[in-house]
Design a binder for this molecule. Structure first.
Ligand code: ADP
Ligand code: MG
Length: 694
């Protein structure tokens, strides 16, 4: 076993390394720059860059790269070496402050949704000093934001940083207004739990669908599924164990707090949970985690699948976004606490979340929309597309008491300002957890459970921080204008909770009744990505984001366009892959097998046996019929795809994909899967679900 404390963070240019390697005054100025979010001065940057370079070279690095998060959802890098040739033919290893602060990747190949005309395709990357530099495969990686020269945001980091600033500012306003003057900053924190599948690499390579799309597009159900529930927390197989060990080690070196790993509900499915950190760091770390999960798997003869739904009929993978707000004085703002004086603060922030989620159900839904995630949401394995909040029965009682103005329980002291004197200890007992809720209070944080496993957590957290800040801002306005602050707090809490009770739901989110009930309550039910994405550009949302300077209107429109296009492209690739598998693999396999059956029947007939009702012939007929329908459905899908781009608008194209392409794919799959159950194993061209999962 490795020495964990020694390994941990060994590839990160973190605070302790900076302290050790930077001159005292430089270290102090850098700390100040980071803490106060100031602009980095070039002389400071030169010293930091040089120290970084020396440290990186000692660790074996030869190159450096600005590491950024364009709209593709994966990270991007452009590597340059430290080598700087000298006039005498020798070389120096150099890295300047300018190179640290700003880079110029050739940005034209990254999607921008039409934001940059090609003649001004250049963008620049700028160091985000709140996220530490680290070493990955002999390169010093510098976490950066990515913008165009026109100032438009082209990445997922910049708006996240803006939303963090925003929610900090508004939360501090509220805290100051209610008398907590010590706080100067509030950080949004996240712990993302990551689910994934591991499959054998050799088997993976034999499946075109997995290779091209990350999910199986065909595949009959195996006799054994997840119904035995023997997988959850089950013994982790030795190969997987070895994988996890190495993965932990790699992540620890990068200062990522990987904590628990256990088997999830589905066969071959696992989960990794880090210890939470600030949203920005958690986002960088989650991106790195996903990348390293794949790399380490490769070394173990495995492939790590991060797709939301790799296998039909088997639970898919999600990402639980545990989110909270913490002050620089060490207080978690969602901690109910035992002190009555802190209850009002808790209830104010609780009221703000409830208002934020109810007012912006659409944006939360938009933030988790993708072709892959559509297979999970509402399919009895993940929360439904309807957004609601689970508070737990005790806290919901408190809320109801405040709304109705009654005492919480008989015999309890009279109501204090906010309706409760002390709050009960919520949900120490994990049995009170509602696993079906999309947005659940879990004691001192909220768990947003609708994210897909392959997502960058940036988008959902931009939304969470922004909508929370918006609600807090409204509350702060009222508090700052109040003459009797306690009366105002009580009024705000009561009014806000009363107005947004409909968003609270403690029951079973998977049930049919909830769908009906939610509709009665007027809650949104945006079932698919094509339904959800257009909400992004609704007036209300453009106003929200532009008011708070998170996105400009053109940035919102271009992002929406990009997401819609991405949805269509992804499903188009899936459909084309199905067509290819049908023509090149499934049909020929069926033909080869029917030939064997036909040969067998004719040899029997040659011996004078009556084969009119012989099993060879019966099976042959069955398979032939299926072959015909496979062939027809493939032709239909091909035809459907020809018209994908008939309409001009991205919204119309997405509707077409949802209403016409996906159903045609489903039809084709049925024939393919039926053939799989009938054609002999030796003739079947790709590994089955049974092969892949057990
Ligand atoms: P569980 O009981 O569900 O295992 P944990 O307390 O282990 O809950 O937390 C699950 C995830 O939530 C972990 O990633 C953890 O780090 C994270 N988490 C805990 N507290 C916070 C917080 N204040 N802010 C954000 N995430 C948190
Ligand atoms: Mg969880």
């Amino acid at each position: 076993m490795t020495n964990v404390p020694e390994t941990f963070g060994s590839l990160v240019f973190n605070d302790s390394v900076m302290k050790e390697r930077l001159p005292k005054d430089i270290y102090k100025s850098l700390q100040k720059t980071i803490k106060e979010g100031l602009k980095l001065d070039i002389t400071l940057a030169n010293v930091v860059a040089n120290a970084m370079k020396d440290w990186a070279i000692e660790k074996g690095a030869t190159h450096y790269t600005h590491w950024f998060q364009p709209m593709t959802g994966v990270t991007a890098e452009k590597h340059d070496s430290f080598i700087s040739p000298q006039s005498d033919g020798s070389i120096l290893m150099e890295f300047s402050g300018k190179e640290l602060i700003q880079g110029e990747p050739d940005a034209s190949s990254f999607p921008s949704g039409g934001l940059r005309a090609t003649f001004e395709a250049r963008g620049y990357t700028a160091w985000d000093p709140t996220s530490y530099a680290f070493i990955k495969e002999n390169s010093l990686c510098i976490p950066t934001a990515f913008c165009s020269y026109g100032g438009e945001v082209l990445d997922k980091k910049t708006p996240l940083l803006r939303s963090m600033e925003l929610v900090s500012k508004e939360a501090v306003r509220v805290l100051h207004a209610i008398g907590d003057k010590e706080v100067t900053r509030v950080a949004s924190t996240v712990g993302p739990e990551q689910e994934y599948f591991l499959v054998d690499k050799e088997l993976f390579k034999k499946r075109k669908d997995l290779v091209y799309t990350g999910r199986t597009l065909f595949g009959a159900k195996p006799p054994k599924g997840q119904e035995l529930e023997d997988h959850y927390f089950g013994a982790i197989k030795p190969r997987v164990m070895a994988y996890m060990e190495e993965l932990n080690e790699e992540l620890w070196k990068l200062g990522i707090y990987a904590k628990t790993e256990h088997n999830e509900v589905a066969p071959s499915q696992h989960e990794l949970a880090p210890i939470f950190s600030t949203t920005n760091l958690a986002t960088d770390h989650n991106q790195l985690t996903m990348e390293i999960m794949k790399k380490v798997a490769d070394r173990h003869g495995l492939v790590c699948l991060l797709h939301e739904k790799p296998f039909a009929g088997v639970n898919g993978s999600g990402k639980h976004n545990n989110w909270s707000l913490g002050t620089n004085t060490g207080k978690n703002l969602f901690d109910p606490s035992k002190k009555p004086s802190e209850n009002k603060q808790f209830l104010l922030f609780l009221a703000a979340v409830i208002k934020a989620v109810d007012d912006h159900q659409d944006l939360l839904r938009v933030s988790v929309a993708s072709a892959g995630n559509d297979h999970r949401l509402g399919a009895n394995e993940a929360p439904p597309a309807i957004i609601s909040i689970f508070l737990g029965s005790e806290l919901e009682e408190v809320v109801k008491a405040i709304v109705s103005g009654t005492s919480r329980k008989d015999g309890e002291a009279a109501l204090m300002i906010t309706g409760v004197d002390t709050l009960p200890d919520f949900m120490k007992d994990t049995t009170d957890r509602n696993r079906t809720s999309p947005f659940a209070f879990t004691g001192n944080k909220f768990e947003f459970r609708s994210l897909g496993s392959s997502f960058s957590i940036s988008g959902p957290n931009i939304v969470l921080n922004t909508i929370m800040a918006d609600a807090l801002s409204e509350i702060a306005d009222k508090l700052e204008a109040a003459s009797d602050i306690d009366a105002e707090i009580a009024k705000i809490v009561k009014e806000t909770l009363t107005a947004h009770m409909r968003i609270l739901f403690n029951g079973n989110n998977y049930s049919e009744e909830w769908v009906i009930e939610a509709e009665k309550r007027g809650l949104l039910n945006l079932k698919t990505t094509a339904d959800a994405l257009p909400y992004f550009i609704k007036d209300k949302n453009i106003k929200l984001f532009t008011k708070h300077k998170i996105f400009s209107e053109s940035e919102i429109r271009s992002r929406c366009e990009l997401l819609l296009e991405g949805y269509c492209k992804q499903i188009n690739i899936e459909a084309l892959t199905m067509v290819e598998m049908s023509h090149k693999e499934i049909y020929p396999a069926a033909a080869a097998y029917t030939k064997v059956l036909a040969d067998s029947a004719s040899s029997k007939a040659a011996l004078g046996i009556d084969v009119s009702s012989d099993s060879d012939v019966v099976l042959l007929k069955k398979i032939s019929t299926l072959q015909n329908s496979l062939s027809q459905k493939t032709a239909t899908l091909e035809d459907v795809l020809l018209h994908l781009y008939d309409s001009e608008g991205a919204e119309e194209q997405a509707d077409y994909v949802r209403d016409t392409v996906l159903p045609a794919m489903q039809e084709l799959r049925v024939s393919g899967d039926e053939l799989e159950t009938l054609v002999g194993r030796a003739y079947w061209p790709y590994p089955t679900y049974g092969d892949l999962l057990f």
